[in-house]
Design a protein around this ligand. Structure first.
Ligand SMILES: [Zn+2]
Ligand SMILES: [Zn+2]
Ligand SMILES: [Zn+2]
Length: 300
């Protein structure tokens, strides 16, 4: 703004010559103040930028923040490149509007606002949910939304604590990305996403179903949904007699883990009608035989 203010002042020297602006000592007070600001502000800005750029920008606030994590033999550049590398990975957690973006990578917890970048190292932060706000309406679903405020405090005194905000449905994903658990203030109840809530219920219902013993000749393979854990459920029609009802017998070998089967079950439901989920029937992901929750048996 200031360079154009100075230009404006010069312009006014000609346009309003009766005010004697060309001779600041005789100009009216407000105009003198205006000129003073028009000259001082750019000077301050330039000085600040010059100061920041000193020693390859080592004095810039962001460089100073990063320098807190630099190893003795390297500088803030090394930290910046670590942040960059991890930021490019697709498995990072990112949420929030552009003005208050929250990014969690394997090593870093960051909050990027318009004027400031907060950086903390995962291994020395404590996260605490300090507040939750309930909003009844969300534009993309008719389910209530819960916004959580999480306080990020570092054990290192040089690192300033900061708050991040996110939707409670993203909470599970954030926890997965963090190595340490998030603490919760006593009065805050975190409402899980409908999906998480369902998976919990699904698991507890399957637990009381009869179990299925795998023949000793058969070996359990990795779950084809996530490839992370072994297959742990088999669909066996147990809700009714074999020839009764809508459910069908599935002859597939155990191929899915409980979580993936629960996610599959949830994915076939109407998100607007959670009340119908538990009673519904969905096709087996492999052979399409219809099954209900009573037919999901844990393998032993
Ligand atoms: Zn799985
Ligand atoms: Zn099947
Ligand atoms: Zn059934």
């Amino acid at each position: 703004m200031s360079p154009s203010c100075a230009g404006y002042y010069v312009g006014m020297c000609f346009a309003a010559s009766e005010k004697q602006l060309y001779s600041p000592s005789q100009a009216p007070d407000t105009w003198r103040l205006f000129l003073l600001l028009a000259v001082t502000l750019p000077t301050v800005a330039c000085t600040l930028i010059y100061y920041w750029s000193w020693d390859r920008w080592a004095c810039h606030p962001l460089a100073r923040t990063l320098a807190l994590y630099a190893l003795p033999q390297s500088g803030w550049w090394a930290v910046a490149s670590s942040v960059n590398t991890e930021f490019r990975r697709i498995d990072k957690f990112a949420t929030g509007a552009p003005g208050a973006r929250v990014i969690v990578t394997d090593t870093w917890v960051m909050k990027v606002t318009t004027y400031r970048v907060h950086v903390a190292q995962q291994q020395d932060v404590h996260l605490t949910v300090t507040e939750s706000q309930q909003h009844e309406l969300s534009p993309d679903s008719n389910l209530p939304v819960q916004l959580l405020t999480i306080h990020v405090a570092s054990t290192s005194p040089a690192v300033q604590a900061f708050d991040i905000r996110l939707n409670s449905t993203e909470y599970g994903e954030l926890c997965e990305k963090l190595r340490a658990p998030i603490r919760s203030a006593a009065n805050v109840v975190i409402r899980q996403s409908l999906g998480d809530l369902f998976l919990e219920t699904f698991a507890s219902l399957v637990e009381v179903n009869p179990t299925y013993s795998v023949p000793s000749s058969q070996e359990l393979e990795a779950c084809i949904g996530c490839m992370q854990t072994r297959a742990s459920v088999k669909l066996v029609k147990t809700c009714q007699e074999a020839d009764e009802g809508e459910c069908q017998q599935c002859y597939c070998r155990p191929m899915w883990c409980l979580t993936c089967m629960g996610k599959w079950f949830a994915s076939r439901q109407d998100p607007q009608r959670p009340d119908t989920w538990l009673a519904s029937r969905v096709p087996c992901p492999t052979c399409r035989a219809r099954f209900c929750i009573l037919d999901v048996c844990a393998v032993r």
